[in-house]
Design a protein around this ligand. Structure first.
Ligand SMILES: [Zn+2]
Length: 324
């Protein structure tokens, strides 16, 4: 156990180090709860190592049913569905899709952090892992187009899961964390030129900071079909916080982002993917419909909505391998 905690602490420390050594160091300075020394936070949290960049994962695995590598091909499966507002989803035979069918639904949620050129970072560093080069990002957007994927919002995803909306044949959700302005500078055109949309999880206390995605960018993003959701107030690891502190992070960011966008904010990405049952309960109580974590697989219809998997995108992610 001690070894696991130490190893995990090193991994998490690498994560934070990578964040704080990027050009956005100032912005990520508030990653840690200022009331608790970072080393204590890391040691108090048991982290399970996963392969690759998905190194941080909660230990609450009791109801984690993992299904990998056997996602159905939705072109040939029962989901011959189209984007309509029809309340009931029908299968190829014209019959309503049952709960069993929904349990076979696979929808990938991808997460990007930086769209920028690499600066000679080693492949083992978080700087490398959190970066997708502009050229590769452009190619990935084209790959989605070429392979028939339709980008959707998280609101649409929830409607599909609830059986209230028929989604596109091959839905995918693109998400962007941490307010990184290089996504707009180097990636936005690659999306909009192909009709792709994405969800920007914004840290609310960065809304008025210069040099990041903030309040001034929101009208343009919304006009291009992009969605704004919450990455909390300060990017603190929620599991380190008291109930009251965590609730403030969740509820206050929701309120500020709703004020800034004029739209409902009901999805949160847990900072540093730190969450547990207590945090998920508080998230739900704060009015959120989904919470997302890092887990390299598409979500399925039966997943806990408060811990939906996201696939972290790096320059060596092979879309063909990670998408259903
Ligand atoms: Zn983040």
């Amino acid at each position: 156990m001690g070894a696991l905690v130490r190893r995990s602490a090193v991994i998490a420390a690498m994560f934070i180090f990578a964040l704080t050594t990027t050009s956005d160091a100032k912005l990520n300075g508030e990653l840690a709860n200022p009331n608790v020394p970072t080393t204590v936070q890391l040691e108090e949290k048991s982290l399970n190592r996963r392969s690759g960049p998905h190194a941080i994962q909660d230990t609450d695995t009791a109801n984690t049913a993992r299904v990998e590598g056997n996602a159905p091909n939705r072109r040939s499966g029962p989901y011959a569905i189209e984007e309509t507002d029809t309340a009931i989803i029908l299968n190829a035979e014209g019959e309503p899709i049952s709960n069993r069918d929904l349990s076979e639904l696979r929808i990938p949620i991808l997460v990007y952090h930086h769209v920028r050129e690499h600066e000679g970072w080693a492949k083992s560093t978080w700087s490398w892992k959190m970066t997708v080069s502009p050229t590769n990002f452009d190619q990935q957007m084209q790959w989605l187009t070429d392979h028939g994927y339709t980008t959707i919002t998280l609101d649409t995803l929830v409607k599909i899961l609830d059986g209230k909306k028929q989604g596109p044949e091959k839905p995918v959700v693109l998400t962007f964390d941490d307010n990184n302005i290089n996504v707009l500078e180097n990636g936005l055109n690659a999306m909009t030129s192909r009709g792709h949309i994405g969800v920007f999880y914004l840290v609310a206390n960065r809304l008025d900071q210069p040099g990041v995605i903030g309040r001034t960018h929101i009208p343009d993003l919304l006009s291009k079909g992009m969605d704004i959701q919450s990455h909390t107030m300060s990017h603190a690891g929620l599991t380190n916080l008291s109930n009251a502190q965590a609730t403030t992070e969740l509820a206050e960011s929701k309120r500020l982002l709703e004020e800034a966008t004029g739209k409902t904010v009901q999805h949160v990405a847990y900072p540093l993917t730190m969450h547990n049952q207590r945090i998920r309960d508080l998230t739900k109580a704060a009015g959120y419909v989904t919470g997302t974590i890092m887990d390299p697989r598409p979500i399925k219809g039966t997943d806990d909505r408060m811990k939906l998997a996201r696939i972290m995108m790096t320059d060596d992610t092979n879309l063909e391998q990670v998408l259903p």
